[in-house]
Design a protein around this ligand. Structure first.
Ligand SMILES: [Fe+2]
Ligand SMILES: [Fe+2]
Length: 204
């Protein structure tokens, strides 16, 4: 079963992704770099779609959003604006680091979903498990396995998200992310920050 924490983290992450790209597009707009602004707007468009779907998934699974949404939103805004002010390469390095963590995060979820959809025996036992109680995704509708009928669709959605994030990662690398000043340090800070945020958003 996908736990509610999984959907909550995805939603919180998409909120932050939206504010990162929004802030970067704004800064590059102010700096008159229309080419980079356009790239950020294009990536922001993808994140807007992700966010809409993440909101729908929360509603569908009756999951509360992260209590720290204003924090994630502000953190994304600050990260996006700060990296864009350092320069185009730093903004791309931010994208590279964020999308690496998020791409891996979605890949982990896919592995988890694959496991539960292939290993769950055709029994109602799952309905009594802790994860089923938490997830609100168990119930009638799946003819043989007791799994929620939305799980295959959820896997498709997460696959699409992962591929989109990896495309953003490629865009960043193609546009000189690795030429950013103090690239290794910047990547480490952003990467660890994202991983920490994921752990916190799982609980709060
Ligand atoms: Fe996204
Ligand atoms: Fe993305």
């Amino acid at each position: 079963m996908p736990s509610t924490s999984m959907l909550r983290v995805d939603h919180a992450g998409e909120i932050a992704a939206n504010t990162i790209y929004q802030a970067q597009a704004n800064v590059f707009g102010l700096l008159g770099d229309t080419k980079t602004k356009k790239m950020m707007l294009d990536m922001w468009d993808t994140e807007k779609k992700h966010l809409k779907v993440a909101e729908m998934l929360l509603a569908q699974h009756r999951t509360r959003p992260s209590a720290l949404l204003p924090v994630w939103s502000l953190a994304g805004k600050i990260l996006g604006a700060a990296t864009a002010l350092i320069g185009k390469e730093a903004a791309m390095a931010c994208t590279e680091a964020v999308e690496t963590v998020i791409g891996e995060h979605y890949e982990d979820q896919l592995v988890h979903l694959r496991k539960i959809t292939t290993q769950t025996p055709p029994s109602p036992v799952m309905d009594h498990s802790q994860s089923a109680r938490e997830s609100d995704t168990s119930g009638p509708g799946c003819p043989t396995s007791g799994l929620h009928p939305s799980l295959p669709l959820l896997s498709e959605v997460i696959t699409e998200f992962r591929d989109d994030e990896l495309e953003h990662l490629d865009t960043a690398v193609e546009h000189d992310a690795q030429q950013a000043p103090a690239h290794a340090l910047l990547s480490a800070i952003v990467g660890y920050g994202c991983k920490g945020a994921i752990q916190i958003a799982k609980r709060l």
